[in-house]
Ligand binder design. Structure first.
Ligand SMILES: *Cc1c(COP(=O)(O)O)cnc(C)c1O
Length: 814
């Protein structure tokens, strides 16, 4: 048992409501959906702008959780568990973590800065782990919630900590300082990222430095004309690319794919090679070098270890696998904390109840092997994993701890045996340390398609969803429209994520979209906007909920409902208030009432209408007239039929522009995909989709020569042309060719030259240092879908939904 958890919570809780349940605690959780919650979990019920975990306490009690930190005891839960009462559960989590951290006394490196925090943390872990038992933040857990959760994973065997701290507004850093209590401060690059919350760079830097106010030393770069904010009592250990500015002077010489660093430190001089060329990677590597120097490593060890630095992949990717499997690729790390995160993610993304975990040996848990693999086995059991494939010497040794488990000594043995293994209709988590080179396993199991992919950032969807949630009054429900394959972004994966976020409803256009989602396991209610009469039977069979918009549809549905002897089958009544697309018109409401009255086969679950100009403020009178008519007609239906349905009329731009008419639910569409018609709002949303490809070939075209069909482009001078394997058959409009549009290569614009072909397009990359195989961005951050739509005289909806299904979708989480 981890008695430190109990000690720490006792120090901060104001009141303990002891109902005599066991208080032996092993772990802490804030996620009500995690299958890892159990009798030894201390659950903090956090309250967000539109979420409140107190509503899940009852369910958690049913699942065996017995100890909660709450701001009040939820109704019906009295006496069923122990409760620690606090004023604010987030502050309690932070204070608890600070108490917990203070129980340990070993060096802790705190890392902050605008860019590079996670990479520097991962690299330091790599460089220092041969000599220390390192505890570090998992993934990019650096927020007000992520930092406390990271710190709570410290145990007695650790002897060095590396934690990152990220802040978006003023005043957050002091709270993180109290939790991390870093003894060594490391400031990485302070660029312009996340600038919004700060007045200026100076303020941002000051705020960041607060993390280090009690550190014994702060490590950072000094640039020319730099007014550094050093807190006076602190020791600084600085570096610079300029002579005589800092404790360490560094010269860099780029050669081939590498960079040579010449390091001058006091009267010591040595040089080393790092396998990178970009500025950011060089600076991040130097941050690590500084820590090694501070720890008094000798030049030879520094050289040996730093030449092995590698690109860091922190994302959990979801990919389509062979034989209808889906794969969660986390093949770059294998510590205990990140295994827990990956298992929660597996649960949220599983497409099948068959779950396989391919797992390497686990490093740096700080636990003894026996205890570690017992804990891993417990995790595997609580997450209902069907089968475990262990790869590595150590996990093989502890094979008996797992129920359905086969093991291999190394990846090569697994690959040799691959043809004898069966992978079919299952969700596979591939999780291993870098040294096991699980990439090879991923590529065996991955479905093969061409190089063009649409990458979907699931975190961004969650972020955007919360952005709109925050605009809603309490208790207003959310329907998210996932029609047209989630606006082109992917139907199932997004539906699964939304289910995870407990949105109330999904909306699809046609019955078959809904059937597909239901048969893949989506359980939340789904409304079908445009059900054809021929699909009613399937709708009933799959428990979809039809939107009824005409008498023809209504009578057909009622007839079938009577035949099948349905009782109160949920339907949704659409009324036409001015869009003139689908819906009952005002003058037919009486007939509608007569038809529905007394019919118990169906239940009017909701009444809705759709706005035609919610995005256009110049027509706000028209929108208001639609809302007024909706109010009148829906009220009449409600009073005459004596029903209390959910009413809803707002789409995304309606939520932003007509916030007073939220009724009981809103229908959110394009907004969660990161697109707004309002430029100010657009800035606050996160980009969701990035359409990527690669360079197939590069050639030099001489002055006067032409490129492509019809010779539409003539080179004015010798020009470097790259061919990209994406064309109009993938959904890129031909109007985007012939120097109208561009793609981004290495953060630079490359204009599309000549006409776009069916499967390819050509760009001018004369001024870009690029080679065949390099990555190309078709849209994403830049050009944005909004920008493309403006240039092409269309709307972002069309661009997103045009991307062909042959383009593979890859879903990832930061
Ligand atoms: C598509 C759709 C929405 C969502 O619209 P957005 O502008 O994408 O938010 C809402 N309601 C209905 C009826 C729709 O068809």
């Amino acid at each position: 048992m981890n008695s430190k958890i109990l000690n720490s919570i006792q120090k901060i809780a104001t009141t303990f409501v002891d109902n005599q349940f066991d208080t032996s605690l092993e772990t802490v959780s804030i996620d009500s959906r995690s299958l890892q919650n159990g009798s030894q979990t201390l659950f903090f019920a956090l309250v967000g702008s539109h979420t409140n975990a107190h509503v899940y306490v009852n369910d958690l009690i049913k699942n065996g959780v017995r100890n909660f930190v709450v701001n009040h005891i939820p109704e019906g839960c009295e006496k069923k568990a122990n409760f620690y009462l606090v004023a604010d559960t987030l502050i309690a989590l932070q204070e608890f973590a600070a108490q917990y951290r203070a129980l340990f006394d070993f060096p802790i490196i705190g890392v902050t800065g605008s860019n590079g925090k996670t990479i520097v943390k991962e690299w330091l872990n790599f460089l220092l782990s041969p000599d220390y038992n390192v505890i570090r933040s998992p993934k990019s857990y650096n927020s007000q919630v992520g930092v406390p959760l990271s710190v709570i994973a410290i145990n007695e065997q650790h002897n060095l900590g590396i934690f990152e701290a990220g802040i978006s507004t003023n005043s957050e850093m002091s709270r993180l300082e109290k939790i991390i209590q870093p003894t060594i401060g490391l400031l990485t690059n302070v660029g312009s990222a996340h600038d919004e919350g700060f007045l200026n760079l100076e303020e941002k830097r000051k705020e960041k430095m607060l993390l280090f106010k009690n550190s014994e030393v702060v490590i950072y770069q000094i640039k020319q004309n730099d007014v550094s904010v050093i807190l006076s009592k602190q020791n600084a250990f600085t570096w610079s690319f300029e002579k005589n500015q800092a404790s360490v002077f560094i010269e860099k010489i780029k050669s081939n794919d590498k960079t040579e660093l010449k390091v001058y430190y006091g009267n010591v001089y040595f040089d080393l090679l790092i396998p990178f060329q970009e500025e950011a990677s060089i600076e991040n590597a130097i941050s690590c070098l500084m820590v090694l120097l501070y720890f008094k490593y000798d030049p030879i060890t520094i050289q040996n270890r730093m030449q092995l630095l590698y690109p860091v992949e922190m994302r959990l990717k979801v990919k389509n696998g062979i034989n209808n499997c889906n794969i969660i690729d986390d093949s770059y790390s294998s510590d205990f904390q990140s295994l827990k995160i990956a298992l929660d993610f597996l649960e949220s993304q599983k497409q099948s109840d068959n779950k396989t975990v391919i797992l390497s040996d686990i490093f740096q848990s700080g636990l003894y092997k026996e205890e570690l693999y017992s804990k891993v086995a417990d995790l595997i059991v609580s997450n209902n994993i069907t089968r475990v494939i262990g790869i590595g010497e150590t996990i093989s040794e502890f094979k008996d701890k797992f129920a359905n488990c086969i093991t291999y000594k190394n990846s090569a043995d697994f690959i040799a045996d691959y043809d004898n293994l069966d992978f079919n209709n299952e969700t596979i988590l591939i999780k291993g340390a870098r040294s096991f080179e699980f990439e090879a396993i991923v590529s065996l199991l991955e479905e093969k398609t061409h190089e063009t992919v649409l990458e979907i950032n699931l975190n961004a969807i969650s972020y955007n969803l919360n952005f709109f949630k925050a605009k809603l009054q309490p208790n207003v429900k959310i329907m998210v429209m996932v029609k047209a394959f989630g606006y082109g972004n992917g139907g199932f994966e997004i539906a699964k994520l939304l289910e995870h976020h407990k949105v109330d409803y999904l909306g699809v256009a046609f019955a078959d979209e809904g059937i597909a989602l239901k048969s893949m396991g989506i359980q939340m209610p789904i409304m079908v906007l445009n059900p054809e009469n021929t699909s009613f039977s399937a709708i009933i069979q799959h428990q979809l909920e039809p939107e009824i918009y005409s008498f023809k549809g209504l009578r057909a549905f009622l007839k079938m409902a009577a035949q099948k002897e349905l009782k109160e089958f949920p339907i949704h009544i659409k009324i036409d208030t001015g869009m003139h697309r689908l819906g009952f018109e005002a003058n037919t409401i009486d007939e509608l009432i007569t038809t529905l009255k007394g019919n118990a086969t169906v239940k009017v679950k909701s009444i809705l209408s759709h706005l035609a100009t919610s995005d256009d403020f110049s027509q706000k009178d028209f929108t208001q007239s639609q809302i007024d008519l909706f109010e009148k007609l829906s009220s009449k239906l409600m009073s005459e039929l004596k029903i209390k349905p959910i009413r809803h009329i707002l789409n995304t731009s309606g939520i932003s522009n007509f916030s007073n008419s939220q009724y009981d639910m809103v229908r959110l569409g394009i907004g969660i995909y990161g697109v707004s018609n309002d430029p100010e709002e657009q800035k606050k949303l996160e980009n969701v989709g990035t359409l990527k490809s690669i360079i197939s070939q590069i050639r030099i075209v001489s002055e006067g020569e032409s490129v492509g069909y019809g010779r539409k482009y003539r080179a004015q001078k010798s020009t470097k042309i790259a061919t990209i394997p994406i064309g109009y058959a993938d959904g890129i409009s031909r109007a985007w060719g012939n120097e109208v549009g561009f793609v981004t290569i290495k953060n630079k614009k490359a204009t599309i030259v000549g006409s776009i072909c069916m499967d390819m397009l050509m760009v001018d990359c004369t001024d870009i240092d690029c080679k065949e195989g390099d990555s190309v961005i078709i849209f994403g951050q830049n050009p944005s879908v909004n920008f493309m739509a403006q240039q092409l005289n269309t709307i972002p909806y069309e661009i997103l939904t045009s991307i062909s299904q042959r383009v593979k979708r890859i879903f990832y989480r930061e």
